[in-house]
Design a protein around this ligand. Structure first.
Ligand code: IFM
Length: 732
C-alpha cells in the first residue's frame, strides 16, 4: 500500500521554497511542503478576501474559524461558529452564532500599525496545510520608514481535543530595533447567551517567549500599551490558547472553559502534536491518493479536509450545514446535502462520524412527525432546512438575483427530503452492518418516512398513486405533479421500509414488538406500503426508456443551452423565473440523480437514455450538479465528459466559479467530488452485498488508491489492478 503521508514521485512540482530561520525562537511546528497537501494564497488581493476566508477555514466539527487576517482588512469578516449553536433575533430564522474573534492580533511598531494596506508587503503567504489541519501565515512587511518586520502565525482547531483553539505567532524586527506592541485582546463577548438560552463560554490564556527561548513573565509586549523594545533580529513568540465550552455540553461552561485553558496553556507543543497526530490518523483512513495528476490530488484532499473539518463523531445532535462551519450562507442550515452528498464519504471512511449524522436525523424525528401531522399526513416529513431541533427553518421568502422578493416553496414542496434521509439511513446500515442502530433508530426512520409517503400519495382515477404539488431536486420547476425523483425515491422508501419491518420482526422479535406497539404499526401496514409502491406512478415510458421529469415536462419549451455559452449568469437569471418554469431547462440533476441513486434497479439502456436526454438540458444552477454528472458520465464510460464535469465541480470553491464561495465552502459539492472519484471513476459499487468496482480512470490518473470500511472490515482499493497496472506502468 502507498503510504498516504509520504510525498513521493509522480510529476509533483518543487516544494515551496522555505528560508532557513536564523532565529532561536520559532513557531512550534513547520508547514507541510508537498504541494499536493497544501493550498497557498500568495500576496494579498482585497477583493478575494472573503473567498480566502472560506477556503482557508479551520475546523474540528465542534468549532470552525474562517481564515481571516488577524489584524483585519477593509473586507475581513472573521467568524468562529460552534456546531449546533443557533440564534435568532426573534424576527428571523435561527442562524449559526458567531463567537468572539479569538484570532485577532494587531501589531504596531513605534506607534504605527502593521497592516497589509500600508507600506510594502515584501512577502505575504497564507497556507492551508490540509495534512496537519493548520492555517499558516508568513508575512514580511516594510513600512513607510523602511522598517522590515517578519510575522509568522499558525492557527488550529484541535482535532484531538475539540474544545481547544490555538494560535501561535512570532515577530521579528529584521532591520531595526524599536518599540513593538501586540494587541491580543479578544473582540466581542467572551460569554454569550443565545435567545434560546445556550451559553457559549470562551476562556483565553496567553504566554510570551522571549528571544532567549524562555517564557517571560513580562506582559509588556501585549499589555503595557507602551510595548516592548525589540532589538534587531530578536524574535518574540506569542501563544494564545482558547477553550470553548457551551451549555449544550456542560452545566457550567464558563468554569469548564477556565479550568481547561489553564491546563492547556502550558502544553502548547503537546496540543499541536496531538492535533497533528489526530489529523494524520484521519488521513490514514480517509485519504484518496491519485498519482499522475497533482491538481486533482489536491482538489480531492481539499474536499476531504473540509468534510473532516465539519464533522464531530462525539455529538450526534448536530449535523453538517450546507457550508460546513466555514461561512454563514444558509445560516448554517442542514439540507439533503448531508444525507445524499456528504454521508457516503463518512460511511466508508469514518463510520463513527456517519453514525452521528444519521442519529441527528433520529433526534429530528419528532419534529418531522409534527410537520407531517400539521399538514394532515402520517409519519415523518423532514424539514427541508433544519438547525438544532429538526424543526423546519426554511425561509418563506427569498430575494431573487434580480432583487425581486419571491415566495420560497421549498420547505413545503421538497418532499423528497424524507426519502433522502431514509436513503442515508439505509446506506449507513447496509455498509456498516450496525444492527443496533437499525433496531434502535434506523427502522423507525424508514417506517415513519414510508408512512408519510403512503398518506401523501393519492389514488387517481387511473387507479395509480400520484404525488402532486412538489418540487424535485430541480428547483426551477415548482408545484409539479409526479416528479420522477420524488416518486422513484418514495417507491424505494416504501419497499425498503416493508423489507426492514419484516427483517426486524423476524430477527429481533422483542424490540420489534416494542417498536410496533409504540408506533401503533398495524400488522398489515408493510403490505400496504408495498401496494402503494407497486401502484405509484413513475413517469417511465417503456418505449423511449425515459422517465418524464414530471407531468407535462416533455411538452415544455425546448431551449438550446449551447446558445448561452459562455454563460454570464445562471439560467434562471438570464431567462427570468417565468420563462424558466415554462422551459425544459433544469437547475440540477433530477432524473439523473434518480438514475445514480437507484443504479442497480435501472437497466443499462435506461441509465444511458436518461443521461443522454437530461444532461444537455441541465443548466447547473446548483453547486450540487456537476459532480453527479461527472459520476454518472464516468459510470457510463464517457470519461472525457466525466472529466470535464469533475473539473467543473472542483472549481466551485477552488476557482470560486459560482462566485459565492465568499460565504462558505460548498460541502455537498465537495462530497459529490469525492463520490465522483470513488463511485464514478473508480466505479466502486456494492452489489450482491459485497464491494466490487468497474473503473474508468481518466488517462492522466496513473493510479487511484484508497481504503474503505465495509461491514467492519477495512479494504484496500488500488487501481488499475494487476496486469492492467503493469501495462499502465510500462506505457508511462
Ligand atoms: O440543497 C441544495 C439544493 O439542492 C439547491 N440549492 C442549495 C441547497 C443547499 O446547498
Amino acid at each position: 500500500m502507498v503510504d498516504p503521508l509520504s510525498g513521493g514521485p509522480g510529476g509533483v512540482p518543487e516544494p515551496l521554497a522555505r528560508q532557513a530561520d536564523p532565529h532561536l525562537v520559532e513557531l512550534p511546528a513547520v508547514p507541510t511542503d508537498d504541494p499536493r497537501w497544501i493550498l497557498v494564497e500568495e500576496g494579498f488581493t482585497l477583493a478575494r478576501e472573503h473567498e480566502v476566508e472560506s477556503l482557508f477555514a479551520i475546523g474540528n466539527g465542534y468549532a470552525g474559524t474562517r481564515g481571516s487576517l488577524a489584524e483585519g482588512s477593509a473586507l475581513s469578516t472573521p467568524a468562529t461558529f460552534v456546531a449546533g449553536v443557533f440564534d435568532s433575533d426573534g424576527s428571523s430564522l435561527p442562524g449559526l452564532v458567531s463567537t468572539a474573534d479569538w484570532t485577532r492580533l494587531s501589531t504596531s511598531i513605534d506607534g504605527q500599525p502593521l497592516r497589509l494596506d500600508r507600506g510594502r508587503n515584501l512577502e505575504h503567504r497564507r497556507i492551508l496545510d490540509m495534512r496537519q489541519g493548520i492555517f499558516w501565515r508568513e508575512w514580511q512587511h516594510q513600512d513607510e520608514a523602511g522598517r522590515i518586520t517578519r510575522v509568522r502565525v499558525l492557527r488550529l482547531a484541535s482535532l484531538a481535543d475539540r474544545h481547544l483553539l490555538l494560535q501561535s505567532a512570532t515577530i521579528t524586527p529584521e532591520n531595526f530595533s524599536g518599540r513593538i506592541f501586540v494587541d491580543a485582546t479578544l473582540t466581542g463577548p467572551v460569554v454569550q447567551v443565545t435567545g434560546s438560552g445556550t451559553t457559549v463560554a470562551m476562556a483565553v490564556a496567553r504566554r510570551v517567549m522571549n528571544p532567549t527561548g524562555r517564557w517571560t513573565p513580562s506582559t509588556e509586549l501585549i499589555q503595557g500599551r507602551q510595548g516592548l523594545e525589540l532589538r534587531l533580529g530578536e524574535t518574540y513568540r506569542l501563544d494564545r490558547v482558547v477553550a470553548l465550552h457551551t451549555s449544550r455540553d456542560t452545566a457550567d461552561p464558563r468554569e469548564m472553559a477556565h479550568r481547561h485553558v489553564e491546563r492547556a496553556i502550558d502544553n502548547v507543543a503537546g496540543i499541536i502534536g496531538d492535533h497533528r497526530d489526530a489529523w494524520l490518523a484521519r488521513w490514514q483512513a480517509s485519504d484518496l491518493r491519485i498519482e499522475g495528476d497533482p491538481a486533482t490530488q489536491r482538489a480531492l484532499r481539499f474536499a476531504i479536509y473540509h468534510l473532516l473539518s465539519a464533522v464531530n463523531p462525539q455529538d450526534d445532535r448536530v449535523s453538517i450545514g450546507a457550508r460546513g462551519l466555514s461561512g454563514s450562507a444558509y445560516k448554517g442550515h442542514v439540507f439533503w446535502d448531508t444525507d445524499i452528498f456528504m454521508l457516503p464519504f463518512f460511511i466508508l471512511t469514518y463510520p463513527e462520524a456517519a453514525r452521528a449524522l444519521v442519529m441527528y436525523r433520529y433526534h429530528a424525528l419528532a419534529a418531522a412527525r409534527a410537520k407531517a401531522a400539521r399538514l394532515g399526513y402520517r409519519g415523518a416529513f423532514y424539514a427541508w432546512e433544519s438547525a438544532d431541533s429538526g424543526d423546519d427553518v426554511t425561509p418563506p421568502f427569498v430575494v431573487a438575483p434580480d432583487g425581486q422578493v419571491v415566495r420560497l416553496l421549498t420547505g413545503e414542496q421538497q418532499l423528497h427530503i424524507s426519502a433522502d434521509v431514509a436513503f442515508g439511513v439505509w446506506n449507513y446500515w447496509r455498509a456498516t452492518g450496525d444492527d443496533r442502530f437499525l433496531v434502535e433508530a434506523g427502522a423507525e426512520i424508514l417506517i415513519e418516512t414510508a408512512r408519510f409517503w403512503a398518506s401523501r400519495a393519492e389514488r387517481g382515477d387511473d387507479g395509480r398513486y400520484h404525488i402532486r404539488g412538489v418540487i424535485g431536486p430541480d428547483e426551477y420547476h415548482e408545484t409539479v405533479d409526479d416528479n420522477a425523483y420524488t416518486n422513484g425515491m418514495a417507491q424505494w422508501n416504501l419497499e425498503v421500509a416493508a423489507e426492514i419491518a419484516n427483517l426486524v420482526a423476524d430477527r429481533w422479535p422483542e424490540p420489534w414488538q416494542a417498536l410496533s406497539r409504540r408506533l401503533g404499526i398495524e400488522p398489515d401496514e408493510p403490505r400496504q406500503w408495498q401496494q402503494v409502491a407497486r401502484d405509484l406512478y413513475t413517469g417511465f415510458d417503456e418505449r423511449t426508456r425515459l422517465f418524464e421529469q414530471f407531468r407535462g415536462y416533455f411538452g415544455l419549451e425546448e431551449i438550446d443551452l449551447a446558445a448561452f455559452v459562455p454563460r454570464t449568469a445562471p439560467m434562471d437569471v438570464l431567462l427570468g423565473r417565468e420563462r424558466i418554469q415554462r422551459s425544459k431547462i433544469i437547475k440540477q440533476p433530477d432524473v439523473v440523480m434518480l438514475v445514480y441513486l437507484l443504479w442497480e434497479r435501472m437497466a443499462p439502456e435506461v441509465r444511458k437514455a436518461n443521461f443522454e436526454y437530461y444532461e444537455p438540458r441541465c443548466g447547473h444552477g446548483s453547486s450540487l450538479s456537476p459532480a453527479i454528472h461527472a459520476l454518472v458520465a464516468a459510470r457510463l464510460g464517457d470519461t472525457a465528459l466525466a472529466e470535464r464535469y469533475f473539473r467543473q465541480a472542483a472549481e466551485i470553491d477552488l476557482a470560486d466559479s459560482m462566485g459565492n464561495a465568499a460565504s462558505g465552502i460548498h460541502a455537498a459539492a465537495l462530497g459529490g467530488l469525492w463520490q465522483a472519484a470513488v463511485f464514478g471513476f473508480a466505479g466502486l459499487r456494492f452489489c450482491e452485498e459485497k464491494p466490487e468496482h468497474h473503473a474508468n480512470l481518466p488517462p492522466s490518473w496513473h493510479s487511484l488508491s484508497m481504503r474503505f470500511q465495509w461491514r467492519g472490515q477495512w479494504h484496500e482499493l488500488t487501481l488499475p489492478e494487476g496486469a492492467e497496472r503493469k501495462k499502465a506502468e510500462e506505457d508511462s
